[in-house]
Design a protein around this ligand. Structure first.
Ligand code: GDP
Length: 542
């Protein structure tokens, strides 16, 4: 049992995600953060763990074949009195929807940039989601052991493209073969030397020392040049302002090399000191389902130190263990003190669950969670009771909104080769849509299902899983549709619109109406003709 108060427990949680363009070094950095946090003992452990996991879930053959990580999970470790929950987001762009949803469970993001490449397309997309959700961002510029762009050019790119004030905490003394180390900007003037891995040196970096005592680590005029550079940096960039960071106006910038375990302690320290603990969340208090003359929902705020356990499901993961057909719902806690065996209720259905086997994803292994607090993520095994976007609480009345669904960019028809299995297919498709693997649209007319995805790879994962888990041999066929838009508006306006476009109307798995457009031109056209109907590209679930 914890000796700390609820507020203290919440306060020492740091729940964060890493956002990066593929190849910027997110996986390597994850591993080295775990190493610095004492959660794993040797480099390579994350990958080994990944392989282990893959061996246990053979439906993820694609993951293995393509060497990409498709599933997102969380890794928890305790370091320096703080509990860190690192949310792992899949890097492949086809899975951006999954990544977006994972970000709804994070309180802070680490933005990793490749020092030679700066901001890349996927960095930008993910950054926008963080901005939309007011998630503060710590920047880590990686791969300093390789020839990098001019550091000032990198910071100026952050300022101009992200409209974010970069505040360098350290400054790199060169890069690539000439990388000498990192000098602290302002303040105490420490220097963190860099040591290359050579035949007689295993690449451990010496302890930091005062900059003016670091002459041994420089050559020629390098140290004097660095003094000049630091003066320019201090004059040119704003000093770090914690409040501006929390409000999303400023990003502290750290540097290093994930691969060489350089600059990682500094990063972990920055996360511990500056990343916000779980914040007070907005929610609604609803009437119990099926209440007659139910009172209107009430807007409430949920403090992390509130007694009642509340939270939401941001991801459902299938079949991590092939011996169980259970799915694991990833539940992000917003408040309360969770104890194993507790009963929680699903807000929208009123169903009650006894959470007897919650899982904490400690970096080293999965363990049963005895207790958990705001900011923590626990895995709740269930048989399809929990869906992405569900709110869970002790009272069953608290509802969090805001898990986005994004309009799919590819819409296909799916058919099963054996027509006798059509019913079976329907069930499987609903299951996969509930997990958020793909989206499912049921046209109002006709019997075909339309499956939507943000990227092509999602269809492959889907076909693979339909085969392996449900024994269904399926074919995808082109559909006549190019776009899907959620429609909303006054009842009469909606009926007027739907009446004219009946063959193109469908429902998603939550029975929300969707318009399937044959082209983006058509989307524009109907939006103009029916100005009272809103056609939206995203839907907030929950
Ligand atoms: P992800 O796609 O963002 O998860 O990137 P990975 O962590 O898989 O890294 C992509 C490639 O960059 C791999 O070959 C890594 O070994 C390499 N890499 C990652 N960090 C560094 C670094 O700091 N320096 C160098 N030289 N290579 C790195």
């Amino acid at each position: 049992m914890s000796k700390l108060t609820l507020a203290q427990e919440a306060d020492r949680r740091r729940t964060f995600a890493i956002i990066a363009h593929p190849d910027a070094g997110k996986t390597t950095l994850t591993e080295h953060i775990l190493l610095a946090g004492g959660a794993v003992r040797a480099a390579g452990a994350v990958k080994a763990r990944g392989e282990n996991r893959r061996a246990r879930s053979d439906w993820m053959k694609i993951e293995k074949e393509r060497g990409i990580s498709v599933t997102a999970s969380v890794m928890t470790f305790e370091h320096d009195g703080k509990m860190f929950n690192l949310l792992d987001t899949p890097g492949h762009e086809d899975f951006s929807e999954d990544t977006y949803r994972t970000l709804t469970a994070a309180d802070c993001a680490i933005m990793v940039l490749d020092a030679a490449k700066g901001i890349e397309p996927q960095t930008l997309k993910l950054f926008e989601v963080c901005r939309l959700r007011d998630i503060p961002i710590i920047t880590f510029i990686n791969k300093l052991d390789r020839e990098a762009q001019d550091p000032m050019a990198l910071l100026d790119e952050i300022a101009s493209r992200l409209q974010l004030d970069p505040s360098p905490i350290w400054w790199p003394a060169e890069s690539g073969n000439r990388l000498r180390g990192l000098a602290e900007v302002g303040g105490q003037g420490r220097f963190q030397p860099y040591t290359r891995k050579t035949a007689d040196n295993d690449g451990e970096h010496p302890a930091p020392l005062p900059f003016d005592q670091a002459a041994d680590f420089f050559q020629g005029t390098e140290q004097a040049d660095m003094v000049d550079a630091l003066e320019l940096v201090e004059a040119g960039y704003k000093p770090f302002d914690h409040q501006a960071f929390l409000e999303g106006h400023m990003t502290p910038v750290l540097w290093g090399s994930a691969l060489r375990h350089f600059g990682i302690e500094e990063l972990l320290k920055a996360i511990g000191e500056w990343a916000p603990p779980p914040k007070t969340m907005k929610a609604r208090k609803e009437a119990p389902p099926e209440t007659r003359n139910a009172p209107a929902p009430e807007d409430i705020t949920v403090e992390p130190s509130k007694d009642e356990v509340t939270g939401f499901v941001f991801k459902v993961q299938a079949n991590m263990d092939p011996n169980h057909r259970d799915r694991i719902a990833m539940f992000r806690m917003a408040s309360g003190s969770f104890k194993r065996g507790m009963k929680l209720k699903v807000q929208n259905t009123g169903k009650q669950l006894s959470v007897n086997a919650p899982i904490m994803f400690f970096a080293s292994d999965r363990e049963l969670a005895e207790e958990a607090y705001a900011g923590d993520v626990i895995g709740i095994p269930n048989h399809g009771v929990l869906r992405v976007g569900d709110s869970l609480s002790e009272s069953g009345l608290v509802r969090f909104a805001g898990l986005p669904n994004f309009a799919p960019e590819i819409l296909q028809r799916v058919r099963v080769k054996d027509p006798l299995k059509a019913k079976h297919l329907q069930k499987a498709l609903v299951g996969l849509a509930e997990e958020g693997v793909t989206q499912l649209f049921r046209p109002e007319l006709g019997a075909d299902f339309i499956v939507g995805a943000v990227g092509q790879l999602q269809f492959e994962v889907m076909a693979d899983r339909l085969g392996e888990e449900y024994g269904l041999d399926v074919m995808f066929e082109p559909s006549p549709y190019a776009e899907a838009r959620w429609v909303s508006g006054a009842k009469a306006d909606l009926e007027d619109f739907a009446g004219k476009y009946r063959p193109q109307m469908a429902a998603d798995i939550d029975q929300n109406p969707v318009f399937l457009a044959k082209s983006s031109w058509e989307t524009g056209y109907v939006a103009e003709r029916f100005p009272k109907v809103a056609f939206s590209k995203t839907k907030e679930r929950g």
